[in-house]
Ligand binder design. Structure first.
Ligand SMILES: [Zn+2]
Length: 211
């Protein structure tokens, strides 16, 4: 019987757009201040999420909407904007597509937590380990780094296991281990007669050593 575990990847930081900073006179990564700027001009409303240069704190405004008719905006939404509602600020700070359309590049988080949930524990000496990777928010981490870190293996050991056909990855493809983690990836390990099988199964489930 196999052990099956879901790993949910939770990035520690929001994406950072690279913006030309007028004070630094070069491109810098900017981070969300968590605050909005709202301009009400008669019936029209503009709103931005304020970003700050990571180097000098100069500001850049990320447009959320422009010249929106005040009547189209619900009172609750207006209130959330003017009170810098943290949930709403987080929502826009994770709008990678919107940020990409405004910035030359967007840096995604490289630091993250793995939340490990056992779906089916299987036997103590399970021969198969199935991992389902859920990554709803963008992270730029490579799959081999994620797996090696989460399972307590070296990356070279992981690569060897993959070459030996003990690791099946779906969707796969060339160099899949070196590519960024994708939401919905499934990784199946064949643990038969593997000396570190117990350690891998235990770490996968988050028992003992947390990562
Ligand atoms: Zn700057």
């Amino acid at each position: 019987m196999s052990r099956s575990v879901r790993w949910t990847i939770v990035p520690r930081t929001a994406p950072q757009p690279w913006i030309s900073c007028s004070r630094c006179d070069c491109e810098r990564p900017f981070r969300s201040s968590g605050k909005f700027r709202v301009n009400a001009n008669g019936k029209r409303i503009d709103a931005w999420l304020i970003y700050k240069c990571s180097h000098c704190d100069d500001t850049w405004n990320f447009p959320i909407f422009e010249r929106r008719n005040r009547h189209e905006l619900e009172a609750a939404a207006f209130e959330a904007l003017t009170s810098n509602d943290p949930e709403l600020a987080r929502h826009f700070a994770w709008d990678v597509a919107g940020l990409r359309s405004r910035a030359s590049r967007v840096e995604e988080a490289t630091e993250f937590l793995i939340c490990k949930e056992v779906q089916s524990r299987g036997q103590e000496n399970a021969r198969r380990l199935e991992l389902e990777i859920v990554s709803a928010l963008p992270v730029s981490t490579r799959l081999d780094r994620l797996l090696a870190g989460g399972l307590g293996l070296s990356r070279s050991r992981l690569l060897r296991l993959h070459e030996e056909g003990r690791v099946a990855i779906t969707p796969g493809g060339a160099a899949v281990l070196r590519r960024p983690v994708r939401n919905g990836t499934r990784v199946v390990f064949d643990l038969r007669e593997l000396p570190e099988a117990c350690d891998i199964a235990r770490r996968a489930a988050g028992d003992g050593n947390e990562n």
